[in-house]
Design a protein. Structure first.
Length: 409
């Protein structure tokens, strides 16, 4: 991608109303642009990061469920059936010009449960799991900290359906938890499994919390095994349910995922039943599994940055390579651009071919934070290119032919 033709402009001014690192760096770097409090444009550079995150999530969720896509606009009756038309304070309500009322989906139990009615009839149909990756709406009283708390944000939500509590338990422990761990590992995040209140239906739900200064949750981490507890259930000196130790360290976390055993809460409201082996009718049991993909993007920036800008983990970086062509070496740079695209793929190279100073190009490259920076300048000998990893101190000058080998290793 030629930077001179890209829908991108970095900026020197920091957002005046948001001091979080992710808001500052993502807005200055030209990844996102604020439209209103808690609502952002994802500009081309930011969309590439979000899509890489969501594709990792998709690949891991495909192993434990089927992708579908549900609407944003929900019938009011469904939310009345579960008591959440009145009971959920962050529900966005929309009135049409014809006097009808709708909800904008903050989560999708009210849609997925009736959807399962036409699929689930017999015990032979179970277990099943579906998920989607979608835009959610919540009328948050305080949207803040950039992508960490939006009013419009993206979430992956998966729902599982079971014929028994044992089957739900097994799916939860042996499918959902390993899939979540695989996602966070690939994203380069150390997400702590955290016991949190699970409402009235099970003792705990589990959150995944990433330690971050700007996190809104207070968590207690077991000094021995890293199992965590959310503040609301934590009791001083409590035994760790995993290892039995009683010493905990208090810290701040940002919730990047939350998984629940819903049991029969929503299936009862919609009378979602199945016929069991003995011919009797039973209520289906459900689990739900959320993961905030835009919040994850914000958390990654909170974790991976320095004074100059973002340092993207390779798996989610907007481009693999940032090629800077400096003044006096334009033609050579254009040739290197072709070669580098051949090696790393047409879409993985951002080529700074703008007519601006070397200083501006270097500063922008550090701010944007692409993992590998290549420089072609009059100082670099013909046939060679200067390579620097974003988080390395020093660059090295290497023959172009060796690039693939060096960058891939
Ligand atoms: P929080 O406690 O942070 O308000 P929640 O517990 O209400 O979140 P869930 O209903 O568990 O959120 O949603 C699943 C996931 O969606 C969360 O773990 C989080 O990653 C993400 N998420 C929830 N609310 C927001 C938001 N306002 N902005 C961005 N991501 C969000
Ligand atoms: Mg939650």
């Amino acid at each position: 991608m030629r930077q001179s033709k890209y829908f991108l402009k970095t900026s020197k001014t920091t957002p005046s109303d948001d001091i979080s690192i992710n808001a500052k760096l993502l807005e200055q770097g030209g990844f996102v642009q604020k439209v209103l409090a808690g609502v952002y444009d994802f500009l081309p550079l930011g969309l590439r990061v979000l899509q890489k995150i969501e594709n990792i999530v998709r690949e891991e969720m495909d192993k434990i469920g089927n992708e579908m896509f549900m609407p944003v606009l929900h019938p009011k009756e469904n939310w009345e059936k579960t008591g959440r038309w009145q009971g959920l304070d962050v529900l966005f309500k929309v009135k049409s010009q014809h006097g009808n009322e709708y909800a904008l989906g903050p989560t999708h139990e009210e849609i997925v449960t009736p959807a399962a009615q036409s699929i689930v009839a017999s015990y032979k149909d179970l277990p099943l799991a579906v998920y989607q990756i979608q835009t959610k709406f919540r009328d948050e009283p305080r949207a803040k900290s950039g992508l960490l708390r939006g009013r419009e944000f993206r979430m992956k939500d998966l729902y599982s359906f079971h014929s028994s509590a044992e089957d739900l338990e097994e799916y939860y422990n042996k499918k959902a938890i390993p899939a979540y761990e695989a996602v966070y590992k690939r994203l380069g995040l150390n997400a702590l499994l955290t016991e949190a209140s699970g409402g009235t239906f099970s003792k705990y739900s589990h959150e995944y919390q990433v330690e971050t200064e700007n996190g809104e949750d207070t968590i207690y981490v077991c000094e021995k095994c890293n199992l965590s507890k959310n503040k609301e259930i934590y009791q001083e000196g409590a035994e760790c349910t995993n290892c039995g130790k009683t010493t905990w360290r208090e810290t701040k976390g940002s919730e990047v995922g939350n998984i629940f055993k819903l049991q029969d809460k929503y299936s009862k409201a919609f009378n979602l039943q199945f016929t069991d082996k003995d011919g009797s009718k039973k209520i289906v049991l459900m689990g739900c599994y959320g993961l905030g993909t835009t919040r994850v993007m914000g958390v990654i920036v909170e974790k991976f940055n320095d004074a100059k800008g973002i340092i993207w983990p390779e798996a989610v970086a907007p481009f693999k390579v940032h090629l800077l062509g400096l003044s006096g070496a334009e033609e050579r740079a254009a040739k290197v651009y072709k070669e580098v695209k051949n090696v790393f793929g047409e879409s993985e190279v951002l080529f700074d071919d703008r007519e601006v100073s070397a200083g501006v190009k270097f500063a922008d490259a550090d701010l944007i934070g692409i993992p590998y920076r290549l420089v072609v300048s009059p100082k670099v000998p013909e046939g060679q290119v200067e390579v620097k990893k974003r988080n390395a101190e020093k660059s090295e000058t290497v023959p172009i032919g060796n690039l693939a080998h060096i960058l891939k290793k």
